[in-house]
Ligand binder design. Structure first.
Ligand code: GLY
Ligand code: MN
Ligand code: MN
Length: 412
């Protein structure tokens, strides 16, 4: 058993069985599937990225983890290639080799643990915990499990598993910070290539294409829909069209990230397309930057997420008032209409409990912005930080963001 499974095991009620399904391929058209996305809870516990697997944990008179995996016929291997072996799965997950079996044997295994003729090898199992957190609730296999086992074993208490996993995933361990930092490093290199080549781009999509190329060639994935929003398009927070022609005198807001080992970077930078900020763009940009930096200096364990959000909003409002952009502090909502940040990890807006006080090991984004449609200006500056005992480490500190650094880099 690996450490994460052990930690989860400790938090299960006694005499329990827990099931985590890895997910399945979803049809896209009559003859194609969407790319497979593993259930992040399954991946977190096993390090395995494959569909149609079930992790089973038993906490009875003994604690034991089992894995049920898909196998492939020789004929299917000719089309789709070989799957990892049981030894590979053992190496990835540290689940005992003899506790790995094929998915076809899951039903009979459960019958041994839970049916009328159960062998009580682990005592009398009375609880079943299922991960019911996925958004496709109506059709997800977990719901199918739920309905099936509820009928089959009516005396079982069926309980949600996702709250324990959410709480574990909120605090990142070392094995998580490493790939996340690598995803940020790949994002950095891609942003530098974009800055260097900005003068060659005609359309937002040229920037998106270069970003994807630079990420993929470094074995990265794309963390979320890339946002390349020039001029007034940047006032739409999740603008994903990325198809407008660039007006050289405007700014372009990039909100993007590479992923690595399923961990995501989430970075925003805003650049002058012609390599030089106008005085007005610079004044607004430096206001957003000052808030981004002030929050990174200020944040530490003990504050609530609500304090964090409020602090960002207050600083932006104060700065906007001083600039004359607004005449009353409360008018800031006209130009700033999102939260200051979110947890980041295996999901971009990572699972978390927003009532939980900020603690060491959390990874958060810090992403103040200003969006002034009438001036065709949208600015967001987003960094990814790791909370420490005394403050935070800015994991994306090497991605340049001051006006002078950006201008000199773009005009080298
Ligand atoms: N890229 C989405 C966000 O920053 O939350
Ligand atoms: Mn973002
Ligand atoms: Mn974000």
């Amino acid at each position: 058993m690996n450490k994460r499974i052990q930690t989860l095991m400790h938090q299960l009620p006694s005499q329990s069985i827990a099931l985590v399904y890895s997910g399945r391929l979803i049809s896209k058209t009559a003859d194609q599937f969407f790319p497979f996305e593993v259930n992040r809870n399954y991946y977190y516990l096993t390090n395995i990225d494959q569909p149609n697997h079930v992790l089973v944990l038993i906490k009875g008179t003994e604690e034991k983890a089992f894995l049920f995996v898909e196998t492939r016929t020789k004929a299917r291997e000719l089309w789709e290639g070989k799957l990892p072996t049981f030894e590979d799965y053992h190496a990835l997950s540290s689940i005992d080799l003899e506790a790995i079996d094929t998915i076809e044997n899951l039903t009979i295994f459960l019958e041994h643990q839970l049916g009328v003729t159960r062998d009580q090898k682990y005592g009398n199992i009375v609880n079943m915990l299922l991960d019911l957190s996925l958004s496709d609730r109506m059709t997800s296999p977990e719901v199918v499990f739920f309905e099936k086992y509820e009928k089959l074993y009516p005396e079982l208490n069926i309980l949600p598993l996702q709250f324990i996993l959410k709480s574990m995933r909120t605090i990142k361990d070392e094995l998580e910070v490493k790939p996340l930092s690598h995803a940020i490093d790949i994002t950095k290199v891609a942003l530098e290539t974009i800055m260097k080549n900005m003068h060659t781009f005609q359309n937002e999509r040229d920037i998106e294409a270069m970003f994807k190329y630079e990420v993929h060639k470094r074995q990265g994935g794309i963390a979320f829909h890339t946002i390349v929003a020039s001029g007034h398009h940047a006032t739409v927070l999740h603008y994903e069209h990325n198809d407008a022609f660039l007006n050289k005198s405007e700014l372009v807001l990039l909100d993007l990230g590479a992923s690595y080992g399923k961990y995501n970077a989430d970075i925003s930078r805003t650049y002058p397309i012609n390599g030089k900020f106008t005085p007005r763009q610079k004044a607004l940009y430096e206001l957003v930057l000052s808030v981004n930096e002030a929050i990174i200096d200020w944040v530490k364990p003990g504050y609530s997420i609500q304090d964090f959000k409020q602090k960002g909003k207050d600083l932006l409002a104060q700065g906007a008032l001083e600039l004359g952009l607004i005449s009353k502090l409360e008018d800031i909502t006209k130009y700033y209409y999102h939260g200051l940040g979110h947890h980041l990890g295996l999901d971009v807006h990572d699972v978390c409990d927003y009532d939980r006080i900020i603690e060491p090991g959390m990874v958060l984004t810090v992403e103040p912005g200003l969006y002034i449609e009438e001036e065709h200006i949208g600015i967001r500056i987003e960094d990814d930080i790791l909370i420490t005992e005394t403050g935070c480490i800015n994991l994306s500190k090497d991605i340049i963001k001051s006006v002078s650094d950006i201008e000199s880099f773009m005009n080298k």
